[in-house]
Design a protein around this ligand. Structure first.
Ligand code: HPA
Length: 282
């Protein structure tokens, strides 16, 4: 058997974070491509660069700062990941998702994940927000599942349930918040591919047929690991580009980052209100 992330390595990272901050986070937030500015909202922020946390994967992608921002949002202690590692960067899936394990050992019970995604649903436009209600783990289904390798019993069982990966009460709460603010948001199914190449027109037609509304290269492995550990999960996609169904438009990373500017204010509002109300509604 190959080398897999161990609980000892996870706890070495936890210890290093404990040495840097007294914040005991209850909620973990992962910020996707072009969405890092959301971390500006954190009050009394203590910033730990990923390079200073042992075993923590570094993001090599433009638009991912690579910092853990610890502090408070609306009175809730949070750990915000400003940037994440991806499978396409070369990390094994257990390394990609190792930070989720660390956040859980720090005390996080609820994960809020965000990503930039391409629209597969023709009704979606760049700048839109989609609440993820379900996912297709296309990449994990046939091989690189983040739970491959020895099961870490401290977190969960060998064959974890995935019947409701995304917390229904948090979805309903976010929908209510958006309606109250006059922000139109979608709900839908996110599909995770390996990347880094974007999809061909035939890839996209296939993704649509199998039920995807938005496509990206992250989040699902983190959700699987968080649910394995029994955490509550809420996730949103910021739609950065339209699907290239007939090959007439190109997709670029610059476009993905530019759409982030439209999406960040919407996500900030939803995240703040969800944090404020999540415990009274559950
Ligand atoms: N495809 C895959 N991943 C993405 C896209 C896309 O069109 N946009 C942002 N992330």
């Amino acid at each position: 058997m190959g080398d897999f992330v161990t609980i000892k390595e996870i706890d070495e990272a936890v210890d290093a974070i404990h040495e840097r901050t007294k914040v005991k986070p209850r909620v973990g937030i992962v910020l996707g491509s072009g969405l890092g500015d959301i971390a500006e909202m954190v009050e009394d922020a203590e910033i730990i660069p990923y390079v200073e946390i042992p075993h923590w994967p570094r993001s090599t992608v433009v638009g991912h700062s690579g910092r853990l921002v610890m502090g408070k949002l609306r009175g809730v202690p949070v750990a915000v990941m400003q940037g994440r590692a991806h499978y396409y960067e070369g990390y094994p899936m257990d390394v990609v998702t190792m930070p989720i394990r660390v956040l859980q050992r720090l005390g996080v019970e609820t994960m809020i994940l965000t990503n930039a995604a391409g629209a597969v649903n023709p009704d979606f436009e760049p700048g839109d927000v989609m609440i993820i209600t379900d996912h297709i783990s296309l990449i994990g289904m046939v091989g690189p599942n983040p739970l491959r390798g020895p099961n870490i019993d401290e977190f969960g069982e060998r064959f974890p349930d995935m019947s409701q990966p995304y917390d229904r009460k948090m979805i309903a709460l976010a929908q209510t918040i958006a309606a109250r603010n006059g922000t139109q948001i979608h709900q839908g199914c996110y599909i995770c591919l390996s990347g880094p190449s974007f999809e061909s027109p035939a890839d996209l037609r296939f993704l649509r047929v199998i039920g995807a509304d938005a496509v990206g290269m992250s989040t699902v492995p983190e959700v699987i690991v968080a649910r394995h550990g029994g955490m509550r999960v809420f996730a949103m996609s910021g739609i950065s580009n339209k699907a290239n169904l007939d090959g007439s438009v190109m997709t670029t990373h610059e476009e993905v980052l530019a759409a982030g500017k439209l999406i960040v204010p919407k996500l900030k509002t939803i995240i703040l209100n969800v944090l404020e109300n999540m415990d009274s509604s559950t």
